[in-house]
Design a binder for this molecule. Sequence first.
Ligand code: DGJ
Length: 365
Amino acid sequence: MATLTQFRPGEIWPDDHGVHINAHGGGILVHQGIFYWFGEHKVEGKLGNSAQVGVHVYSSRDLYNWRDEGIALRVEDSPDSDITRGCVLERPKVIYNARTSKFVMWFHLELKGRGYSASRSGVAISDHVTGPYQFIRSLRPNAGILPMNEASRSVDPLNEAESARMASKRWSEGRSDFPVDLIFRRDFPGGQMARDMTLFVDDDSTAYHVFASEENATLNIAELSEDYTTHTGRYFRVFPREFNEAPALFKHSGRYYMFSSDCTGWAPNPGRVAVADSIWGPWTHLGNPCRGEPEQTATTFESQSTHVLPIPGPVPGQLGKFIYMGDRWRPDNAIDGRYIWLPIEWENDAPVIRWHDHWDMRVLA
Ligand code: DGJ
């Protein structure tokens, strides 16, 4: 294989065997100077929108050339397994826990045959970065626990009229009357819904699980336990009724930034970015991070965010260089999904992205 020396967003991206990289909705872990890209392994056709194989992992030293390291987490054959073949397993992210020396993977899990209604989080661990990862459990986070920023919120069970409203096909006329309070109370005993997600590890090694909750209307930021395999119960509701998917969090100069998208299924929409001085907020909108033609900014260059990669410097995070990673989904032939990686530039302390047909790391220098 010819050595690659550039990123070519949206084009076929061959791995070390010349095969288009198969790691959608992915994220990158940097471990001992090597980049590991984990993502959804998709198969051909619409079948590829469900998990037929599992989570694929690739390694690289230069971010252009990726070696196929195989399947890190496999779907299971047993129909009783939560991760049985045909479930929906999306947006896997892996972090390393130095205390336990384990690699910990979290992902969005939908139980087979239930559409997107299960809205669970799956967790798997391994002693080796490339796996095999062992599935531990799936759950809905923070069952019976109130968010830190709304500790006196009502948790009353739904009354008859409220239950009838939730059971009806139509809950709301639109976003302004979307019943987030009812959804929160409905889900309180069993745990909040968790769909699109990411992980973020702060400088003090505390890890956070960020996910779209309440039928996608509200983001939750939830602290993970010291071993990263469960939640501590400390969590925040962010941007209720604003419908954010595709969260990707990073830190720069002591501030937290979060890319996200609107909720339009597989179709792209205008990207969003927000900032906060504390991970617990308050979070402030910075608008659409895309710069370019109207059709580019309206579709985030035909992509949806999945991760923001900090380029490692001598001190982690100190370089202040970041790469936006997004997916250009192809739901009719899922395996053909493309990767949109673009350099992040700074405009008045706000991260922005512009289109490049091709670019290399010198752009970030
Ligand atoms: C958008 C999400 O970001 C994707 O991960 C996936 O869940 C699709 N919706 C499904 O329509």
